[in-house]
Design a protein around this ligand. Structure first.
Ligand code: KG4
Ligand code: ZN
Length: 335
């Protein structure tokens, strides 16, 4: 029985997870409305809000699960990567509860949590598989060789996929967070209307680069403005989204084939994108690859995924000391 805590960015979250895959409660207090006023996450505000909410969120998670704190076998907490001030709130809280109760503490890598979100609803999913992790801060192609054993085979050289969604959304006046808004608007647009670049990274066939695409969108918008042409925001959104998806699909399926794996999963906020899910489902079906994906609520930041990741670390014998610290640039697979 794991009590999990997540506070790496703009969601204060707590969950109770039983035997790794059974979510008894999953409470998320989102700060999105607050940060929307500033067009993005303001770290100082995020930390302050986490402090205000965290006790309440944990209490609610325990109440909803119907299991008292004393019954927990471990307390799992995200300790990186993320915003340092935001991470510190969750880490300090988890350490305090662990110290007061004697319940063991397990520090969890946020990206490992995103990957493990796939285990929650797909009871049959076991490693090995390839996972595409696409969130606001990360774009990684990961070979999941075993529980807790990861090899990063591709990563972004510049912007993360979600970051590109957020920046393009801002440029076409949609506001923050951009991903869900572009997803929705794209359904009214023509993905072939504008030809945006599909970037390839010279030295690595699995790495990503999205900053060129972002610049191409900004140049297109500027060009229209200078020529006095009206911009069809839905066409821009759909064409941009298609350019991102094409690259994500190509790289992912290439990795699955090269590694000889039969299973492929997606994770992170961008993994809730409806067109990405459709494109990957179609391609995997054609190529005989089993495709796994979490429900949208387990794609964006939540604590249930941290509970699942924490469970697999805990049963391997991993425990953290009271010197556990927030590590803003923590690498996957490092402790
Ligand atoms: O995983 P997440 O909640 O936080 C990080 O760990 O970064 O991901 C947030 C990111 C944001 O950039 C948001 O715009 C993007 O995920 N996102 C989406 C969608 N929903 C959220 N991007 C594209 N389509 C969506 N439906
Ligand atoms: Zn995340």
């Amino acid at each position: 029985m794991i009590l999990a805590i997540e506070s790496s960015c703009d969601e204060t979250a707590a969950a109770v997870v039983k035997n790794g895959r059974e979510v008894l409660s999953n409470v998320i207090s989102s700060q999105i409305a607050l940060h929307t006023l500033y067009g993005g996450v303001v770290p100082e505000i995020a930390s302050r809000k986490h402090i205000e909410k965290i006790n309440q969120v944990i209490e609610t998670a325990l109440l909803e699960a119907g299991v008292p704190l004393e019954r927990m076998d471990a307390i799992a907490v995200t300790y990186g990567p993320g915003l340092v001030g935001a991470l510190l709130v969750g880490v300090s809280e988890a350490k305090a509860i662990s110290f007061a109760t004697g319940i063991p503490l397990v520090g969890v890598h946020h990206i490992e949590g995103h990957i493990c979100a796939n285990y929650i609803e797909n009871k049959d999913l076991e490693p090995p598989f390839i996972c595409l992790v696409v969130s606001g801060g990360h774009s990684h192609l990961v070979a999941v060789k075993d529980y807790g054993v990861y090899e990063i085979i591709g990563r972004t050289r510049d912007d993360a996929a979600g970051e590109a969604f957020d920046k393009v959304a801002r440029a076409i006046g949609l506001g923050y967070p951009g991903g869900p808004k572009i997803d929705k608007l794209s359904r009214e647009g023509n993905p072939e209307a504008i030809s945006f670049p599909r970037a390839k990274v010279q030295e690595s066939e699995y790495d990503f680069s999205f900053s060129g695409l972002k610049s191409a969108v900004l140049n297109y918008l500027n060009g229209c403005k200078m020529k006095g042409e009206t911009v069809c925001a839905a066409d821009v959104a759909a064409s941009f989204q298609k350019a991102v998806i094409d690259v994500l699909v190509e790289h992912s399926l290439h990795a699955v084939k090269e590694f000889g794996y039969e299973k492929f999963a997606i994770a992170g906020g961008v993994a809730s994108n409806s067109s990405l899910r459709e494109a990957l489902a179609g391609r995997c079906a054609r190529e005989g690859v089993r495709f796994y994906y979490p429900s949208p609520v387990f794609c964006t930041d939540n604590a249930a995924m941290i509970g699942t990741a924490g469970y697999y670390e805990f049963i391997k014998g991993v425990k953290s000391g009271y010197d556990l610290n927030a590590v803003p640039n923590l690498k996957l697979g490092e402790r």
